[in-house]
Ligand binder design. Structure first.
Ligand code: F0G
Length: 446
C-alpha cells in the first residue's frame, strides 16, 4: 500500500526559539507598540501570520550569500538592493543634501546622476595621468590626493558627507586604484572625520591588479587583498552584476549603525525588506557563489589577459586606446581616432555607430554624450562580459575595428536632436552631420 503520510521535504538545521509570553505581558507589549502589530518586536510573537510575503524560510545556501558578503567585504551592515544604482540612490538620499560636495576618482554615470539628483555636486579628482589616454601608469585609477585635500579645505569638511573611490575606475578606462592610494585617501578623510566609501563593482579585478603591480602584494591572494581594501573604508556600494558574476543584484554596506537604520528605512519604501532588498532568494544565492568565483586567481588571470589581448591587437595596428588596457574593457580614444570630429560632434557616438555598421558590434560612448560638460575625454568602451566570448569572437572584433580604422577619414560627427534632463545618453537621438557642417544647437525637451 502506498504510504499516505506527507512529510516536510527538508530537515531543520537551524531553529529560532519561540518566546512564550503571558497574557499580562502581551497586554503591556500591545500598549507599548501603540496597538499596532507592525511595531511589535518579532520575539514577542508566538505565531506570526502577518504576511506570507518574505517570511519563507531561507535555505542554508541563501544565508551563505549574506555571509559571503560579510566574509569578503567585512562591513557591519549589508543591505541588499536590486542593483548598484539602487544602493547609490539610498546612500546619497541618506547622506547627502543640496549644497554638499562628493569627491570621487571619477563618478560613473548613475553615481553622478544619483548624487546630482539630491542636489549635491559630484566632483571628479583623477590623477593627471588619467586624462592622457596614451600615458602609461600602473594605477591610473588613483585619486589625486593633493586636490582632494585642497577641495576639503576650500569647501569645508561639513559640506563633504563622504568621499568615494571607484574600483576599478570605469569612466577613466577601467583602471585600478592602488592600496597605497586607498590608504592615503582614507588618511585625508579620517583627518576631517569624513567617511570613505568604495564603489566596489569591480573589486576583484582591482585586487588582482594590486597583486600584479603593487610591491608587497605578489604573495597575497585576491581575497586577502580585497579584504584589506575594504578594511580601509567605512562602507561601499556594489553592483553584483559586475564582479558578483550575477545577472542582477547589488548591496550597500556601512559600519555606521545610525546610517544603516536610515538606509534600511528608505530601502523598505522602494526596494523591499533588508533581508532581500528586492531580490529573489536565487539571486542572493547566485551572488554568494559569484563573489567567490570572481576572486579565483585562474579566472582573474584569464580575465585580465583576455581583455588585454583585444587592446594589444588593435593598439599594435595604431588604434589609439587608453593605455594600459583596463580590467573589464578596452577604451578606444575617439578624439584621437577621429581628429576631424570635434568633441561637440560626439566622436565616440559616431565611432560606436560605425563599429555597429561594420560588424554588428555594440559598444558604448563614455564622453561628451554621457557626461556633457564634465567629459574630459571621448572614449568608446568595449566592455567584455565575464566568461561569455571566446578568443575567436574577440579576433572577429579586432578585425572589425581595424576595418573601421582603415576608413576613419570618411567618418563624420553627429548632432543631437533630442535629449532628456538627466542620464541623457540612454535616450538621446542624433542625425549625421553633413560633411564640414557646423554643429547645430540641440533641441531641449524634458
Ligand atoms: N558604479 C559603477 C562603477 C558602474 O560601472 C555601475 C554600472 C554602477 C555603479 C551602477 O550599477 O548598473 O547595477 O545599477 N555600470 C554598468 C556599465 C551599467 O555598463 O558599466 P548598476
Amino acid at each position: 500500500m502506498p504510504i499516505k503520510t506527507i512529510i516536510e521535504p527538508f530537515r531543520i538545521k537551524s531553529v529560532e526559539p519561540i518566546r512564550r509570553t503571558t497574557r499580562d505581558e502581551r497586554q503591556q507589549l500591545l500598549e507599548a507598540a501603540g496597538y499596532n502589530l507592525f511595531l511589535m518586536p518579532a520575539d514577542a510573537i508566538l505565531i506570526d501570520l502577518l504576511t506570507d510575503s518574505g517570511t519563507c524560510a531561507m535555505s542554508t545556501e541563501q544565508w551563505a550569500a549574506m555571509m559571503s558578503v560579510q566574509a569578503i567585504f567585512g562591513f557591519k551592515h549589508v543591505i541588499p538592493t536590486h542593483q548598484g544604482r539602487a544602493a547609490e540612490r539610498i546612500l546619497f538620499g541618506v547622506m547627502c543634501k543640496k549644497g554638499d560636495v562628493v569627491p570621487n576618482n571619477t563618478h560613473f554615470d548613475t553615481t553622478r546622476a544619483n548624487c546630482e539628483f539630491v542636489g549635491a555636486e559630484a566632483v571628479d579628482l583623477p590623477i593627471p595621468e588619467a586624462l592622457e589616454p596614451a600615458r602609461l601608469h600602473p594605477f591610473k585609477g588613483n585619486m589625486d590626493t593633493a586636490r582632494l585635500a585642497e577641495l576639503i579645505e576650500r569647501v569645508g569638511a561639513k559640506r563633504v558627507p563622504l568621499v568615494m573611490l571607484t574600483v576599478t575606475n570605469n569612466s577613466g578606462g577601467g583602471q585600478p586604484v592602488s592600496m597605497a592610494n586607498i590608504r592615503a585617501v582614507k588618511e585625508i578623510c579620517a583627518r576631517h572625520g569624513i567617511p570613505l566609501y568604495i564603489d566596489a563593482c569591480r573589486y576583484a579585478e582591482n585586487a588582482y591588479f594590486i597583486k600584479l603591480r603593487e610591491p608587497g602584494y605578489a604573495e597575497r591572494t585576491p581575497r586577502e587583498i580585497a579584504q584589506e581594501m575594504f578594511s580601509h573604508a567605512d562602507g561601499c556600494t556594489m553592483s553584483a552584476k559586475k564582479d558578483g558574476m550575477a545577472n542582477i543584484g547589488g548591496f550597500l554596506c556601512t559600519n555606521d549603525d545610525a546610517i544603516a537604520q536610515q538606509e534600511k528605512d528608505l530601502l523598505i519604501l522602494t526596494e523591499g525588506f533588508p533581508t532581500y532588498g528586492g531580490l529573489a532568494g536565487r539571486d542572493l544565492d547566485a551572488i554568494a557563489v559569484g563573489l567567490n568565483e570572481a576572486l579565483e586567481e585562474d579566472y582573474l588571470n584569464y580575465r585580465i589577459v583576455s581583455t588585454a589581448y583585444l587592446g594589444n591587437h588593435i593598439a599594435r595596428e595604431g588604434v589609439p586606446i587608453v593605455q594600459p588596457p583596463g580590467g573589464h574593457a578596452i577604451y578606444i580614444d575617439a578624439r584621437a581616432f577621429l581628429p576631424q570630429v570635434l568633441p561637440a560632434e560626439f566622436p565616440g557616438v559616431a565611432l560606436a555607430g560605425e563599429l555597429y555598421v561594420e560588424g554588428g558590434i555594440r559598444s558604448v560612448e563614455i564622453g561628451t554624450l554621457m557626461f556633457g560638460e564634465h567629459a574630459t575625454m571621448d572614449l568608446v568602451r568595449l566592455a567584455i562580459p565575464r566568461r561569455v566570448y571566446t578568443q575567436s569572437h574577440v579576433d572577429y572584433v579586432v578585425e572589425v575595428i581595424l576595418e573601421v580604422w582603415r576608413r576613419r577619414e570618411q567618418i563624420r560627427g553627429l548632432e543631437l536632436t533630442y535629449q532628456a534632463a538627466f542620464l541623457r545618453h540612454f535616450s538621446a537621438r542624433f542625425r549625421p552631420l553633413a560633411p564640414s557642417a557646423a554643429p547645430q544647437p540641440a533641441t531641449h525637451q524634458g
